[in-house]
Design a protein around this ligand. Structure first.
Ligand code: GDP
Ligand code: MN
Ligand code: MN
Length: 252
């Protein structure tokens, strides 16, 4: 398996045909998977925004106040408003805002970026990354994974995760297969698109590298049962439930 960055991509602007730009920068063949950073998908989809477009509600003012009290740093209530508008639900408000985006991904600040956004204050995540991946996959004829860099609970450090995908299942089901001892596996469902996203993130990097896309070749999903459930449903998520309780306690 090989993961290589797609070179030569320009600064992406609203309305750019990302598929065309990627196709011009690399040869995609059978068995390749294209991973593309949500940053450039968002830029192509016109998701740059200015803070002035988010006049803060009372709730946003309150959140900014809580954040400021918890961190000792000034927080812009308009940023809190942007997070609110991009979120289905806030899981925590301080010391950082953890939320469920409208498409189901749980991440800090609703995934809104303030880096690599020339000419604007903010870059919102694509509003429907699955649809973005479907469009790119249809145009390019290969599976596509839209990635974002995201923190994670329990561990320091960020890594690439898949926030949208098309042309392949998200996960590979190992249940029913055997370990080396003949013991049947009964829980393992491997989050393949996240693992591909993490490998792509290694080559795309995080800063000014200018390499928002990577091609993975020599990897095959094979003939296995697949699964698309990566975003845990609230009723299945004890961590989300624990956070809700913790928020409730800390608000009192
Ligand atoms: P995120 O992980 O999707 O939030 O994106 P990052 O800000 O970490 O950027 C990932 C990679 O894409 C880095 O190598 C950036 O330099 C690069 N990048 C971001 N925006 C652009 C762009 O408009 N054009 C090009 N060529 N590279 C970009
Ligand atoms: Mn990001
Ligand atoms: Mn990144």
């Amino acid at each position: 398996m090989e993961t290589r960055a797609v070179g030569g991509l320009p600064e992406i602007e609203a309305g750019d045909d990302l598929a065309e730009l990627v196709a011009a920068g690399t040869d995609l063949g059978d068995g390749d998977v294209l991973c593309v950073a949500s940053t450039v998908v968002s830029k192509a989809e016109g998701r740059k925004a200015d803070l002035s477009s988010f006049p803060p509600s009372e709730r946003a003012e309150a959140i900014a106040g809580r954040l400021e009290a918890a961190t000792g740093e000034h927080k812009d209530p308009r940023f809190a408003q942007a997070i609110l508008e991009e979120s289905e639900e806030l899981l925590t408000e301080a010391p950082f805002v953890l939320s469920v985006t409208r498409f189901g991904h749980v991440t800090v600040n609703a995934g809104i970026d303030r880096s690599n956004v020339p000419g604007a204050d903010l870059l919102l995540l694509p509003s429907d990354p699955t649809a973005s991946a479907e469009g790119l996959s249809a145009a390019l004829g290969v599976p596509v994974v839209v990635t974002d860099t995201s923190g994670r609970p329990f561990r320091y450090g960020q890594r690439g995760v898949a926030i949208g995908w098309a042309g392949m299942p998200a996960a590979r089901d190992w249940r029913g297969e055997s370990d080396r001892d003949g013991r049947e596996l009964d829980v393992t469902v491997q989050a393949v698109v996240d693992e591909l996203a993490a490998s792509a993130n290694l080559v795309t990097g995080e800063g000014g590298g200018g390499t928002p896309a990577a091609v993975i070749s020599g990897w095959s999903f094979g003939d296995h049962a697949g699964d698309d459930d990566l975003f845990r449903r609230a009723e299945d998520d004890i961590v989300r439930e624990a956070l809700r309780r913790w928020e409730w306690e800390s608000e009192r």
